[in-house]
Design a protein around this ligand. Structure first.
Ligand code: PHE
Length: 448
C-alpha cells in the first residue's frame, strides 16, 4: 500500500467498506423484490448457491487484480499484461468497468434520492405539513432533481476525504447502524399478525421451480449486482488492502455478510407484505403473483406503516433511513472507481477530480430524470444486464488466461502462506478459467 495513494488502515475497515459497497439497494430492495416475483424460497435457495459458487470466485478474481496492481482498474490490469494487445485489452476491460460504475451511479443516485425523500416524509407528516408530505412522495422533476443532487453531494463529500478518512471511516459508522436497524425492524415485524405466513412463504422452497431458466438468470444477475462485480469497484477496493492480509478469507467474509444481509432483508420485506395483507392491503397482482418492483417499497410498505398508527411514522422513518444508508455506502464505491483512475492516470488532485466527476455523473442523472421513460430503463439494462456480466466475465478471462499461474499464486500467498495446500487453490484457478466465464457467457447470451 503506497503512502501517497492511501489504503484501508485495518481489516475491519476493509470488510465494512467492501460489504458496504456490496450491501445496497440491490440487497434490501432488489433481492426481496426478485424473491417476490420469482416464487419465494426457491429463488432464495438458488441465489445462495450461485452467490457462493459463481459470484464469490469472480469477486476473488477482481480483488486479486487490484491487490496485485496496487492501482486503479486500468493500471492494475495493465500491470498483469505482457504484450501490447494484452495491454490494450486491459485498458478496454478496466475502462469499461469504470464507465459501467459511473452509469450505475447515475441511476442509483435517483433511486437513492427517492429513499431520502421517503425518509423525510414521516417527519413532515408528524409536523402536519401535509402538502410537503404529498410532494415528497409523488413523482416530480423538481423532487427527483433536488434529492438526487442532495445524495450526490453526500457521496462526493465522503469521497473527497479519501480512502481512510472518507470511505473507511464512514463505512465503519454506517454499516453497523444498517445491520442494527435491519435486525430491529425484523424483530418488530415478527410481533405483528400475518408475519408467520410470510416467513413460511419465504423459507419453504418449492423445489420444482429451482431449475426454471428465468429464475436462474435473475438469481445470477442479482448476485453479480450485489457483489458489485464488473464495475472496477472491487478491483480498486482490493488495491487498498495491505499485502499482509489473507485475501481468501477476507473475500469469503464479505460475501457472507452480503448474502446474509440480502437474506435478512427478505426476512423483513416478505413477512411485512403478509402483515400488510392481514391489514387489508392487496399484495397479489392480477396474475396471482406477489406484488414486486417499485410498488412494493413505495406503496405496500408505506400503507403498512400508516396502518400502525403513531409508531408507524417511526418505523417508516427507520426503514427509509436504512435504505438511504445502504445506498450511500454503495454509491461511494461507485464514485471511487472513476476518481482513482483520473487521480492516478492524469495527476489531478483528488478533491478536484471528485467534484468534477461527481458533477458529471449528476448531469447524466439529470438527463435521465428529464427523459425518464426513454432513459431510466435503458441505462439500467445497459449497465447491469449487459455491462456488468460481460466485464466480470472478461476479468475472469484475464485472470484465468492472461495472468501467469505462478504470479497468481505468489500474490495469493502474501498474507496466506499455506494457500497452495488448501481447497481454494485446488479449485479456484480452473474454476475461474473455465466455469465462471462459460456460466456468465450463458447468462449473458440468454439475456440478449
Ligand atoms: N452492490 C450494490 C447493491 O447491491 C450495487 C453496486 C453495483 C455497487 C455496482 C457498486 C457497484 O446495491
Amino acid at each position: 500500500m503506497s503512502a501517497s495513494r492511501g489504503g484501508f488502515s485495518s481489516r475491519f475497515g476493509f470488510i465494512m467498506a467492501a460489504a458496504g459497497s456490496a450491501v445496497g439497494l440491490g440487497n434490501i430492495w432488489g433481492f426481496p423484490t426478485q424473491t417476490a416475483s420469482n416464487g419465494g424460497a426457491a429463488f432464495v435457495l438458488v441465489y445462495l448457491v450461485l452467490a457462493f459458487c459463481l459470484a464469490y470466485p469472480a469477486f476473488m478474481a477482481e480483488l486479486l487484480i487490484g491487490r496485485y496492481g496496487q492501482a486503479n482498474a486500468v493500471t492494475s490490469m495493465q500491470k498483469m499484461s505482457r504484450n501490447l494487445w494484452q495491454k490494450r485489452f486491459a485498458f478496454i476491460v478496466g475502462f469499461s468497468g469504470i464507465i459501467c460504475a459511473s452509469l450505475i451511479l447515475s441511476f442509483y443516485g435517483i433511486l437513492a434520492g427517492w429513499m431520502m425523500s421517503y425518509a423525510i416524509e414521516p417527519i413532515t407528516s408528524v409536523l402536519g405539513y401535509n402538502q410537503a408530505s404529498s410532494w415528497l412522495t409523488s413523482q416530480s422533476i423538481t423532487r427527483n432533481l433536488l434529492f438526487t443532487a442532495l445524495f450526490m453531494m453526500l457521496t462526493i463529500s465522503i469521497i473527497r476525504r479519501g480512502v481512510e478518512n472518507g470511505i473507511e471511516k464512514w463505512s465503519k459508522r454506517l454499516m453497523p447502524m444498517l445491520i442494527g436497524l435491519l435486525i430491529l425492524l425484523i424483530i418488530y415485524v415478527f410481533t405483528l399478525d400475518g408475519s408467520r405466513e410470510g416467513f413460511a412463504a419465504y423459507l419453504n422452497p418449492d423445489i420444482s421451480r429451482v431449475f426454471e431458466p428465468d429464475l436462474l438468470i435473475n438469481a445470477l444477475g442479482s448476485a453479480f449486482f450485489s457483489l458489485s462485480l464488473g464495475t472496477s469497484v472491487m478491483v480498486i477496493y482490493g488495491s487498498y488492502i495491505s499485502k499482509k492480509e489473507n485475501l481468501v478469507t477476507l473475500g469469503a467474509q464479505v460475501t457472507l455478510i452480503d448474502v446474509s444481509i440480502a437474506f435478512l432483508a427478505g426476512l423483513l420485506i416478505i413477512p411485512s407484505m403478509y402483515v400488510a395483507q392481514a391489514q387489508g392491503v392487496a399484495i397479489f397482482g392480477d396474475d396471482g403473483s406477489l406484488i414486486s418492483g417499485p410498488n412494493l417499497v413505495f406503496e405496500v410498505l408505506p400503507t403498512l406503516f400508516n396502518g400502525m398508527g403513531a409508531v408507524g411514522f417511526f418505523v417508516g422513518f427507520c426503514f427509509f433511513v436504512l435504505m438511504s444508508i445502504a445506498a450511500l455506502t454503495s454509491s461511494i464505491s461507485m464514485l471511487e472507481g472513476p476518481v482513482s483512475f483520473v487521480v492516478e492516470r492524469h495527476n489531478i488532485e483528488r478533491k478536484k477530480a471528485t467534484t468534477f466527476i461527481g458533477f458529471g455523473i449528476f448531469i447524466i442523472s439529470t438527463l435521465i430524470v428529464l427523459n425518464f421513460d426513454l432513459l431510466f430503463g435503458f441505462v439500467i439494462s445497459l449497465s447491469t444486464v449487459y455491462g456488468q456480466p460481460l466485464i466480470a466475465m472478461l476479468c475472469c478471462v484475464f485472470v484465468g488466461w492472461i495472468w501467469q499461474r505462478s504470479d497468481i499464486l505468489a500474490e495469493i500467498k502474501q498474507g496466506n502462506d499455506e494457500v497452495e495446500y488448501g481447497l481454494f487453490w485446488k479449485i479456484w484457478p480452473w474454476y475461474t478459467k473455465f466455469v465462471c466465464p462459460s456460466a456468465i457467457a450463458i447468462v449473458f447470451f440468454h439475456s440478449l
